[in-house]
Design a binder for this molecule. Structure first.
Ligand code: SF4
Length: 316
């Protein structure tokens, strides 16, 4: 998939600045509406508004068993919207087949992805052990869908990792939509090789054999993408990036003279020591790729995982 095709991301509506919170406020996430919006389309959903709770509205919270809580009014326990929210979530989430990721609003009893406060029936706090009811159904219906929260997206590593997974998942969805074939799966795997290596070398070694197995292509594809998304979820460490860069460096040993080889080695070493950002060795390698026409590497997504102007590798 080229970067020019628009990818769709689901998002809690308040994060796009819609005044839909209980108090008529919002939780605008500038990264979404100023940065991501240049490349991605959004599908905004406010589950509480969707079930007919107005704005403003009484606040609600998770009550009871953290694994199967009720959604109850914070100050009026006779307000119970559990069934309404569950019905909405069960009806809506299966229809969300054209999104490639979801950004949820943290701490919300409807939208929170994790660490949402739960209370017992007497109103005592049980800790931040819950998941918002809509978010829970979303993740259960779409276990492969990349999902993140607004607060966590301020972390440069989590932010980079989320967008990387969204774009990779969109490529997979396009492949499936076009009709998966054995050669399509092989090509997909080949072009993600170094990206996968940078994220987790151990799982990378488990994922390759799936491509080569006999058996139905649909079955292989399902097992492949589950492992693929699991691999990319690991934050790519400096150590894994270093190994990946060194691996790629090996392809140039016949092309570079001694001076250039040494410079490349030093650059990778300085990156490994935290003295240079990842972009420096990467730019150097991609320059050599183009210069020496190393065809096998030219189309690796590792060099071009998402739109450049999102500047996601600046802090790595
Ligand atoms: S957190 Fe979810 S339910 Fe609450 S205002 Fe935002 S979109 Fe609506």
């Amino acid at each position: 998939m080229s970067h020019s095709q628009r990818i769709r991301i689901g998002i809690s509506a308040c994060l796009l600045g819609e005044p839909v919170r209980y108090d008529g406020g919002h939780k605008r996430l500038p990264f979404a509406d100023q940065e991501l919006s240049r490349h991605f389309d959004f599908l905004n959903i406010c589950p509480e508004k969707a079930i007919g709770m107005g704005v403003p509205r009484p606040t609600i919270r998770l009550v009871g068993d953290p694994e199967n809580p009720q959604l109850i009014g914070s100050s009026d326990s006779s307000l119970n919207v559990t069934d309404a929210m569950q019905t909405f979530a069960k009806d809506t989430t299966p229809t969300l087949t054209d999104i490639s990721g979801y950004i949820l609003c943290a701490k919300s009893p409807s939208c929170g992805m994790e660490r949402v406060p739960v209370y017992d029936e007497k109103g005592n706090g049980l800790g931040k052990v819950g998941v918002g009811l809509f978010a829970r159904q979303l993740m259960a219906t779409h276990p492969l869908l990349p999902v993140e929260e607004n607060g966590r997206l301020n972390d440069v590593h989590l932010r980079e990792n989320f967008v990387l997974r969204v774009v990779a998942y969109a490529r997979w969805q396009a492949l499936i939509a076009a009709g998966i074939t054995a050669s399509g799966l092989e090509e997909f795997h080949r072009r993600h090789k170094f990206l996968l290596l940078a994220h987790n070398q151990a799982i990378y070694r488990e994922i390759g054999p799936i491509v080569a197995e006999a058996g139905s292509i649909e079955d292989k594809a399902n097992r492949y993408i589950a492992k693929f998304m699991e691999t990319l979820k690991h934050i790519a460490s400096t150590k894994n990036h270093t190994n990946t860069l060194m691996h790629i460096q090996g392809f140039f040993k016949d092309h570079l003279d001694a001076e250039d080889r040494l410079k490349l080695t030093e650059t990778i070493r300085d990156y490994a020591a935290g003295q240079l950002p990842l972009l420096v060795p990467l730019e150097m390698l991609s320059h050599y790729l183009k210069k020496y026409h190393v065809d096998y590497l030219l189309d690796q997504y590792y060099f071009d995982p998402y739109p450049r102007d999102l500047k996601l590798r600046m802090g790595l």
